[in-house]
Design a protein around this ligand. Structure first.
Ligand code: FAD
Length: 268
């Protein structure tokens, strides 16, 4: 750090000289600056840190994978036993597709489905717009837009984390954390200390409650979402619905003017 500052100081001096004679001085300053940069031992790595993560959901596992890839020590404390993982499709926009691939998880190889078309309808079924994602691909290539079943994404991230040596402690719910002491207290009374604590324990986060004094309860804001999965083999039997399976990767949005939407998209 000190050498970086010295380098910056030299550079500032070097750029301030105006007269032709000053070019000689400037040149020598630039040389000194370059030498001070070359003297840097850039191979020196900071020692690994001990990360404690509350929650092995999508956020906790993705953080764990990225941190292990940087050689940090990572332990995750997860409330559930992962017995009955549930969910439906999560949207994977191109930026997320790129991030997942950087972490080593290609959605295409983990049950992901591409989004190829978008059709918007009025609530009566009149077409408003049709978008061919193929024409947009040049804007987000080499990444893709798609969906992935939450269970597939979760399983892929979990396998990746375990293969990298992340310790996942199932049925170990976090009760509270102490940011000053750098400690996590579990519901079974055990206290674990580390260098950094990450709260990824979802909507009813205990970490968030420990950090902030004010009431942090989630509250409804008047929007409800219902979600269900229908096998394609059932849809093709229905003469009215069949057309929605004819194009691969078709996303449809049916919207009324009152903010109510009906959305369909492929999953698995
Ligand atoms: C079972 C499930 C199914 C879902 N299905 C869908 C879906 O189909 N479509 C969609 O769009 N979104 C779905 N979501 C939401 C979506 O996955 C998350 O909103 C999003 O991934 C944010 O991730 P997150 O890691 O912050 O939280 P989450 O994915 O919610 O993960 C939080 C994790 O923390 C754990 N946890 C909770 N409390 C504690 C505690 N005290 N100590 C330790 N661990 C704790 C939970 O068991 C969970 O594993 C689902 C979430 C869950 C948990």
């Amino acid at each position: 750090m000190i050498r970086y500052l010295a380098f910056l100081k030299f550079l500032v001096y070097a750029l301030r000289f105006e007269s032709p004679l000053a070019w000689v001085t400037r040149f020598s300053y630039i040389l000194s600056a370059a030498r001070s940069l070359l003297d840097l031992d850039i191979s020196t790595k900071a020692p690994p840190l001990k990360f404690l993560i509350a929650g092995a959901g999508i956020g906790g596992l993705a953080a764990a994978v990225g941190l292990r890839q940087q050689d940090h020590e990572v332990q995750i404390f997860e409330k559930s036993g992962f017995k009955n993982e549930v969910g439906a499709a999560l949207t994977v926009p191109p930026n997320v597709d790129g991030l997942l691939k950087r972490l080593g998880l290609n959605p295409d190889e983990n049950g992901g489905t591409r989004e190829e078309w978008l059709t918007r309808y009025t609530k009566k079924g009149d077409v408003v717009t049709e978008v061919d994602f193929g024409k947009l691909r040049k804007f987000f290539s080499p990444n893709e837009a798609g969906t992935i079943h939450r269970v597939d994404l979760h399983e892929g991230l979990r396998n990746l984390a375990l293969s990298l040596g992340v310790e996942i402690h199932l049925r170990n719910a976090v009760a509270s954390i102490d940011p000053e002491a750098g400690s996590v207290t579990l519901e079974n009374g055990t206290t674990v200390t580390g260098d950094v604590i990450i709260g990824a324990d979802g909507i009813n986060s205990k970490v968030r409650k420990s950090m902030f004094d004010e009431d942090q309860e989630p509250h409804p804001f008047g929007v409800t979402t219902f979600r269900l999965l229908i096998p394609t083999s059932d849809i093709v039997k229905d003469p009215l619905a069949r057309k929605f399976t004819e194009k691969d990767g078709l996303l449809t949005v049916w919207a009324d003017q009152g903010g109510r939407n009906f959305i369909t998209y492929p999953c698995r």
